[in-house]
Design a protein. Structure first.
Length: 186
């Protein structure tokens, strides 16, 4: 698959087959991720790969509870209902979660990890895998308890939790808005 096709056909995938993703393939995705640019070429990222189903279920439960407890006002009724549902798994039963963390305190920590995440998601698409960035996991993963669950040192900052698996079906296209473009010419 060429780059253009990967960019135009990547979609958030939220339904996965039970097929596990081989370590070799996960390593290839991470290798694509680290080709991303980073500020002053620090390459300040770390990848935590979670395939332990019990840990994924625990993180899902902790993250839902944390969001409902700490930011109920910021959540719409729709999200409050979803997060209150004990059956809702924020990771959609994906076989793997890759959490990209910044290993340095940097004003560009988020940018660096997000660029690596997009490379990873496009490489996954090209390999026939589906991905979705799970923002729902972020507020708990950055807490001391969240970092401990991932065995991350206290100074690491989890930025991009990306689920990975084989899609059950092709997800529907999500139409894009017309880009807001300002041309400033001489
Ligand atoms: C920072 C970020 C956080 C996101 N968090 C979630 C999430 O918690 N749960 C979820 O199902 N999708 C999440 N998504 C996926 C978006 O909903 C999805 O990318 C968007 O609807 C556009 O659809 P597409 O990726 O198929 O083009 C997130 C995406 C981004 C970039």
């Amino acid at each position: 698959m060429d780059l253009k096709e990967a960019i135009y056909t990547r979609r958030a995938v939220r339904e996965f087959t039970a097929e596990p993703v081989d370590e070799e393939i996960l390593r290839q995705l991470i290798d694509a991720a680290v080709q991303a640019p980073s500020a002053v070429n620090q390459q300040p990222w770390s990848f935590c790969v979670v395939r332990d189903k019990a840990l994924l279920a625990r993180i899902s439960g902790e993250a839902k509870e944390h969001m409902l407890r700490t930011s109920p006002a910021a959540l719409s009724h729709h999200f409050q209902d979803i997060l209150s549902d004990p059956k809702f798994d924020i990771f959609y039963r994906a076989p793997a979660l890759i959490v990209i963390s910044s290993v340095v305190e940097s004003p560009w920590a988020v940018e660096n990890c997000a660029l690596a995440a997009e490379n990873l998601m496009l490489a996954a698409r090209a390999a026939g895998l589906g991905t979705c960035w799970i923002g729902f996991a972020q507020t708990w993963l950055v807490t001391p308890e969240g970092k401990a669950a991932l065995k991350l040192p206290a100074n690491y900052m989890p930025v991009a939790p990306i689920i990975v698996g084989y899609p059950k079906a092709a997800p529907p296209a999500v139409p894009r808005k017309e880009p807001d473009i300002h041309w400033i010419d001489v």
